[in-house]
Design a protein around this ligand. Structure first.
Ligand code: NAD
Length: 505
């Protein structure tokens, strides 16, 4: 047993990886899935895969629990989420370290991920007293009109490997205070952090005498993933993952008139103007491109630099990249851990070759690191223009640097990709900054000035346009997707006037 699991008070991880009404479901015939440490290739633990029979049982129970949970007053639902946030606070370090161990992000980022879970719980507690609808003035005398928000139903949450627990929490904390129950299918690349999170949830829900609120079904893409997509019992599917899979998810769920919340790929750019504070810019670029080994949806993949300062920016980046220590993500000196799988390493190598064949020149990096684990060098490639390879999202630490002549040209390059997640500009000129943020500026869901593309706070709505899927989760009014809106008109007069002045009979 890994010591982190002991610290998390987890006695068995493979006694049953599905959680239903009565707790972990024992299945002696279940197949087992290895949780692999990407730094060593070794198995950390094994978890049980969910069979179709177990899946059906879990969803039945999740649907049944919704009938009770929807009637619990929202502030009381918030009280449970407050306790979940506190339980996460108590487990901040071991859960964060487990995220680093299984996913490969460095310890500070693993702990930061759990901190995000805590932050969204805090947000959701406040929200539980603020699920506000509007009132409207009726055109009919003696009538009152308003809208209210009701719980939607059991929600399916399918998450990506790179934020193995935070993505679940952005959905789960809001869905729970909105009165929904939910089932989670995590990435098969990060099942152990999901099991650990479920253990924490179980203790909190048991203290509240609640069951069937949070359920977990770990399984392959068709047995569990496909069933979730097609399941009429789940009115909303929140999907986080690649645009390729997201496109299929969108049409499949729409085919049964289900709703989707899509958080898909990004191809995020930073623009560097000649008047930028380069000290800030270099720090923002390095964190954005190298952090999480380039495996964030908001990672900086494209750097658009004014032609007058491109040589200086590249020289400074080269020096900064030489300082990046690569290795064990749990070691305090490490700044970059491994990629998630050997296939990701292979993909990165192929993409670098392709970018060079399209006219790119290698500034630094480009190699894999021999030995155990999926380690690569962070890589910078100078491109003469934005080529076919550059417009694709590669989930690896590759930064393409492209020159531009003026801000209009920079915005045009920035927007000429299929994705629309995050973007930023470094400038000290107010007019340029405002132009970038205007309706004719960045076309992304996130646009920043003098900070990088990654590292969003939970208070704002998170998501993007075009092939990023259009969904928004986390802060602002993202909660509305987890509820159904109802418009109510009440007649308190003695008459029955019709709308639009219609006379009938
Ligand atoms: P992925 O698309 O390979 O997998 C995402 C999830 O979908 C996993 O749980 C996977 O098992 C599941 N899945 C795959 N095929 C399926 C199928 N046929 N039916 C049902 N489920 C299926 O993505 P990934 O490699 O885990 O994550 C990286 C991608 O996710 C990147 O493109 C990244 O940009 C994106 N991402 C986006 C956001 C965002 O908020 N926009 C956040 C994190 C990651």
């Amino acid at each position: 047993m890994n010591p982190l699991l002991t610290k998390l008070n987890i006695e068995t991880v493979n006694a049953g990886a599905c959680f239903g009404h009565d707790g972990w479901i024992e299945d002696s015939t279940a197949e087992l899935l290895d949780s692999i440490n990407p730094s060593t290739g070794e198995t950390i633990a094994q978890v049980q895969l969910c069979s179709t029979a177990t899946y059906d049982r879990v969803i039945d129970e999740t649907a049944e629990s919704f009938k009770t949970w929807r009637s619990v007053p929202a502030p009381k639902r918030g009280a449970l989420i407050r306790d979940l946030g506190n339980a996460l606070r108590e487990n901040l370090e071991p859960l964060g370290e487990l995220v680093s161990l299984e996913m490969g992000k460095i310890r500070a980022e693993g702990i930061g991920e759990v901190q995000e879970m805590i932050d969204i719980c805090d947000f959701a507690v406040g929200l539980s007293r603020q699920l506000c609808g509007s009132t409207m003035h009726s055109e009919r005398p003696g009538h009152r009109m308003y809208e209210q928000w009701h719980p939607l139903g059991p929600v399916g949450i399918i998450s990506a490997f790179n934020f193995p627990v935070a993505v679940w929490s952005w959905n789960a904390a809001l869905a729970a205070v909105c009165g929904d129950t939910m089932v989670w299918k995590p990435s098969p690349l990060t099942p152990l952090t999901a099991v650990a999170t479920q253990h924490i949830c179980n203790r909190v829900t048991a203290d509240h005498g609640v069951s069937g609120l949070f359920s977990l079904t770990i399984g392959d893409n068709e047995t569990v993933g496909g069933r979730i997509l097609d399941d009429e019992r789940l009115p909303l599917i929140s999907f986080t993952g690649s645009s390729k899979v997201g496109r299929m998810v969108a049409s499949r769920v729409a085919g049964r008139f289900g709703k989707t919340l899509l958080e898909l790929g990004g191809n995020n750019a930073i623009i560097v103007e000649p008047d930028a504070n380069l000290d800030l810019a270099i720090r923002g670029i390095v964190f954005g491109a190298v952090g999480t080994a380039g495996q964030r949806c908001t990672s900086t993949r494209r750097l658009l630099v004014h032609e007058s300062c491109i040589d200086e920016v590249i020289e400074r980046l080269k020096k900064a990249y030489a300082q990046v220590s690569i290795g064990d993500p749990l070691a305090s000196s490490t700044l970059m851990g491994p990629l998630i799988t050997p296939e990701s390493v292979e993909k990165m190598t192929g993409v670098i070759e392709q970018a060079i064949s399209e006219g790119g020149s290698l500034v630094c990096g480009g190699d894999t690191i021999e030995g155990q684990g999926n380690f690569v060098q962070p890589t910078i490639i100078r491109m003469p223009v934005q080529t076919d390879q550059v417009i694709e999202e590669t989930f690896a630490p590759i930064l393409y640097v492209i020159p531009y002549q003026n801000i209009g040209h920079a915005i045009q390059i920035q927007n000429s990709v299929p994705q629309g997640l995050s973007s930023s500009i470094f400038t000290t000129n107010l007019l340029t900054a405002e132009r970038f943020l205007s309706a004719t500026g960045s076309d992304c869901g996130i646009a920043n000035v003098n900070i990088g593309t990654s590292g969003a706070e939970i208070g704002g709505a998170f998501g993007g346009e075009k092939e990023t899927g259009g969904g928004r989760e986390s802060g602002s009014d993202s909660w509305k997707v987890y509820m159904r809106r109802q418009t109510n008109t009440i007649n308190w007069s003695e008459d029955l006037p019709l709308a639009q002045g219609i006379q009938f009979g």
